[in-house]
Design a protein around this ligand. Structure first.
Ligand code: PMP
Length: 433
């Protein structure tokens, strides 16, 4: 900062390119230089206020005072690592595992979701003695060497060959592929497993986000994932549920999205919202898997599970509970879905409206008959919403679905502001089919 004048956004972008290198992405045609946050609101350097309908990391609200105080208090007392016994990680692990099926009673804490997924895949290898992994074709599970190979959109580059161990199955798409009971998806998983076995690689694990959030959060009835889980179990592999985005009450009906799916995974990974922005992530699993992993691989993480991280994570659980934020997610999701559905009657460009608790969005199509996606229209909407002070994004298999995933203290007046602005924006952008 330079005196009272905030740096110009162009200057910041220039410095980013110079200091951070090329291809470091920003959001929006006109990136937002945010300098303050509170609850569901963000402010830019010029003092302009934005409604945050996108960020799931500040789960219990930007700069949540309870979390900030917990971090400050513990940081002022002690911060070390897990080679010193400390009750912080134990109290947290006890409370966290208490939210899962009783079989998932042990935990590892890390600093990122990527690390947690990396460990989960190594657990699968330790348990099965095999390395074959099945994932969906439109997913993202993180950025370590191992985990980055699961993603098709950010492939690590030619020459890094873990591809032989992977099989991608088509991500569910309830708008285009009829699969009411998850049998179609399970058949794909089954074929991928057989292929890995036939090739002599062997099947170790299926890894999925139980809400298929990056894939466009398809509508699925409770228990939809059961047939796929069954195929995994029959083949002797592990079911890994990546709840980095879907966990901590976001789906409204349950604290964890796999519970909505009616399955008990072997490993559940988590991150993003866990410390409300403080970098804490982790996983839970059974004592048997944990012991096998701990004995097969020596694992230590300098920052993972430190006392400050645990204090932050504990404060997040307190906030969720005391403020009834999971229940709020269920109620606000329903409200937003109703209002989005009303918009879909007004605008043909909306092909489908979907919601799962505090994740909701509309899918844009060029033509409702053909259901051809309109990613360019989604781009225009996202950028115009930003101009009008609403922060959101897009995602999905076809990158044409609005990604609306606000902090959990999002209430009816916020839903109204969001949808009223979206109504104006849809009316303002010509749509030629
Ligand atoms: N899994 C999912 C489903 C994610 O969305 C992400 C991050 N977008 C990750 C894992 C990786 O988490 P992190 O960035 O904390 O490593």
């Amino acid at each position: 900062m330079n005196g009272d004048h905030p740096p110009r956004t162009e200057d910041l972008l220039d410095r980013r390119r110079r200091l951070l290198g090329p291809n470091v992405s920003t959001f929006y045609e006109e990136p937002v230089h945010v300098v303050n946050g509170e609850g569901v609101w963000l402010w830019d350097a010029d003092g302009r206020k934005y409604l945050d309908c996108y960020n799931n990391v500040p789960h219990v609200g930007h700069c949540n005072p309870r979390v900030v105080n917990a971090i400050a208090e513990q940081a002022g007392r002690l911060n070390t690592h897990t080679r010193y016994p400390h009750e912080g990680i134990l109290d947290y692990a006890e409370r966290l595992t208490g939210t899962f099926d009783e079989t998932l009673s042990t935990a590892i804490l890390t600093c990122s979701g990527s690390e947690a997924n990396d460990i989960a895949l190594r657990m699968a290898e330790a348990m099965t003695g095999k390395r074959g992994i099945v994932a969906t074709d439109a997913t993202y599970h993180g950025n370590t060497t191992l985990v980055s190979h699961l993603s098709r959109s950010n492939v690590p580059g030619v020459g890094f060959g873990l591809g032989q161990y992977l099989r991608h199955v088509e991500a569910p798409d309830c708008y285009r592929i009829s699969d009411p009971d998850g049998q179609h998806f399970a058949a794909h998983v089954q074929r991928a497993i057989e292929d890995l076995e036939r090739e002599g690689i062997g099947f170790a694990a299926l890894i999925v986000c139980p809400l298929f959030l990056n894939e466009g959060f398809p509508d699925q009835k409770e228990g939809w994932l059961r047939p796929a889980a069954e195929a995994v179990r029959c083949a002797g592999g592990l079911l890994i549920c990546d709840e980095v985005q879907s966990g901590f009450g976001r789906c409204g009906s349950h604290f964890w999205a796999h519970q909505k799916q009616g399955v008990v995974p072997d490993v559940v990974t988590m991150g993003k919202p866990m410390g409300n922005g403080h970098p804490v992530a982790g996983l839970v699993t059974t004592p048997t898997i944990m012991a096998r992993f701990r004995n097969a691989f020596r694992y230590f993480n300098t920052f993972g599970g430190n006392p400050v991280s645990c204090a932050a994570a504990m404060a997040v659980l307190d906030e969720l509970e005391d403020r009834g934020l999971q229940e709020n997610a269920a109620a606000m999701g329903k409200l937003a879905h109703g209002r989005l559905s009303a918009l879909s009657e007004k605008y043909d460009v909306i092909g489908d409206v979907r919601q799962s608790g505090m994740v909701f969005g509309a899918e844009f199509v060029r033509d409702r008959e053909t259901r051809e996606p309109s990613s360019a229209f989604a781009d225009q909407v996202v950028n115009e919403m930003r101009r009008r002070g609403i922060i959101l994004s897009k995602l999905g298999r076809h990158k044409n679905t609005l990604k609306i995933r606000p902090p959990m203290p999002f209430v009816a007046e916020h839903v109204d502001l969001l949808i009223d602005t979206l109504d104006d924006v849809l009316a303002s952008i010509p749509h030629h089919g």
